[in-house]
Write a protein that binds this ligand. Structure first.
Ligand code: IMP
Length: 446
């Protein structure tokens, strides 16, 4: 039995969907633990590309339960559309379950999100977060303010009406909200259709832990977008960390066996906020073009730059990573050298290596210090076939050196390497040292 957490170690879009889908092959439950329609997990199946926003990737596999967990903010109309789309394509193979504790994100929140980010931009263009405008911040704010509706409320018409009226009473200052009676009627309809999927999920998962089943917690967004530990205020409103995965599922820390951090071989970011190793010129354009770096949810171009070891050391310690999955190494294939950011020089002359400064303003003016590693060959189909046949020993030596440097600098072994978009383009390394096991609490002996 293994309980694994998959976490993004950068700013999102590290190909977590691909790694989670790879690891889901032997999981009985896959649980989305946070975020909502802001996420876009792209999975390249033989039948075509699927982008999952609110469903856990377990729904793509027979015999697997895909849980949209209690830590999520779920937009019910889009949730239903996502299911219908998969069904139409014949790809809805697993079971879909929606936690009764998940919060309901409404069109009201989407309007509010846009209104808020416009307000920030009007005050100061640099203050705009560049949110996905999917309503995430307002929905989590209502959760914390205890104005929110939960999925469980959808199944109780009287409570649904009461909670929606209360919510609207808090939002009179926001222009352009959809009329309440119309929203209530649409919600009541979708509620009837989603009701069979809504149930308590924490006890279901505790029982699965007791039975020794494999459970995968699928993080959305990433550690550096964490509302507390990321580059505040340029963050999302949830906790996309290993701790957040526990709160967002109800699984206790003592049940967890592995925490896998996913990182690209370089860095990307969507929206505003500091990015010390960003390349704004030709090289940034090369990475964007070669890596296909365009948002799966919003279609926005991603900002691109080099791998940043300050990020990875910080993410490793913050999440207690037991191993890394390094993705998109093929994108850098053919470069003579690969720069890697090892530390920053901050505006006051001090350096930062292990800990991300808490002030985004300091980060915005941080100067990265680079180590230049030798590049590796292009990933032609022949090389990919060799890796599929022979495994990790077919990886180019200079790429191995790059991976070893990540382990030397972070103390975290590399366990998986992604070298292309499809399900098959992932190779497992026999990591040396072996993956770290998060310490389990000793049994209480009284
Ligand atoms: P929000 O989550 O829509 O509030 O957006 C807050 C910030 O997080 C913005 O910079 C978004 O671009 C970023 N963000 C949110 N979700 C994702 C994601 O799934 N991938 C990458 N960036 C994201």
């Amino acid at each position: 039995m293994t309980v694994r957490i998959v976490i993004g170690a950068q700013f999102g879009d590290e190909a977590k969907g691909k790694i989670t889908d790879y690891l889901a092959a032997d999981a009985r439950y896959v649980v989305r633990t946070g975020g909502g329609p802001n996420a876009g997990h792209s999975i390249h199946l033989p039948e075509g590309v699927v982008v999952l926003h609110q469903l856990a990737c377990g729904v793509l596999r027979h015999g697997t339960v895909g849980v949209s967990g209690p830590g999520m903010v779920v937009q019910p109309f889009k949730f239903e559309e996502e299911m219908q789309d998969l069904e139409r394509r014949g790809l809805l193979r697993g079971e879909v379950v929606l936690s009764d504790r998940a919060h309901v994100l409404l069109p009201v929140h989407e309007v509010e999100d846009g209104w808020e980010d416009d307000l920030r931009a009007k005050t100061n263009p640099a203050a705009a977060i560049g949110t996905t405008r999917r309503g995430i911040g307002p929905a989590y704010a209502d959760r914390a303010g205890r104005w929110g509706l939960r999925a469980g409320d959808l199944t109780r018409p009287a409570i649904l009406k009461e909670r929606l009226e209360l919510l609207y009473a808090t939002k009179a200052h926001i222009p352009g909200l959809p009329p309440l009676p119309e929203l209530l009627s649409r919600l009541s309809e979708v509620a009837g259709r989603l009701a069979p999927l809504i149930r308590p999920t924490e006890s279901m998962l505790w029982d699965a832990v007791d039975r020794g089943e494999n459970i995968l917690l699928e993080g959305a967004q990433s550690a550096l977008l964490d509302v507390d530990f990321g580059t505040y205020p340029y963050v999302t409103s949830s906790h996309p960390t290993s701790a957040g995965a526990l709160v967002g599922s109800g699984i206790p820390p003592t049940a967890v066996d592995e925490v896998i951090g996913v990182t690209k071989a370089y860095t990307t970011r969507v929206g505003g906020g500091p990015f010390p190793t960003e390349e704004t010129g030709e090289m940034g354009e090369f990475l964007r073009r070669t890596g296909g770096e365009r948002g799966a949810t919003t279609g926005r171009d991603r900002r691109c730059g080099w791998l940043d070891l300050v990020h990875l050391r910080y993410a490793a310690r913050l999440n207690g990573l037991s191993s890394f999955a390094v993705t998109k190494v093929d994108v850098l294939g053919g470069l003579d050298e690969v720069p890697v950011g090892v530390q920053y020089v901050l505006p006051d002359g001090s350096t930062a290596r292990d800990v991300l400064p808490s002030q985004s303003d300091d980060l915005a003016h941080a100067q990265p210090v680079y180590e230049r590693l030798p590049g590796w060959p292009e990933f032609h189909e022949r090389l990919k076939e060799r890796i599929r046949r022979e495994g990790a020993r077919a990886l180019p030596a200079t790429l191995r050196r790059f991976l070893d440097r990540i382990t030397e600098e972070t103390g975290v072994p590399i366990e998986y390497v992604g070298y292309g978009p499809s399900r098959d383009d992932t190779v497992r390394l026999e990591p040396n040292p072996p993956p770290r096991r998060p310490p389990r609490l000793a049994a209480w002996t009284g």
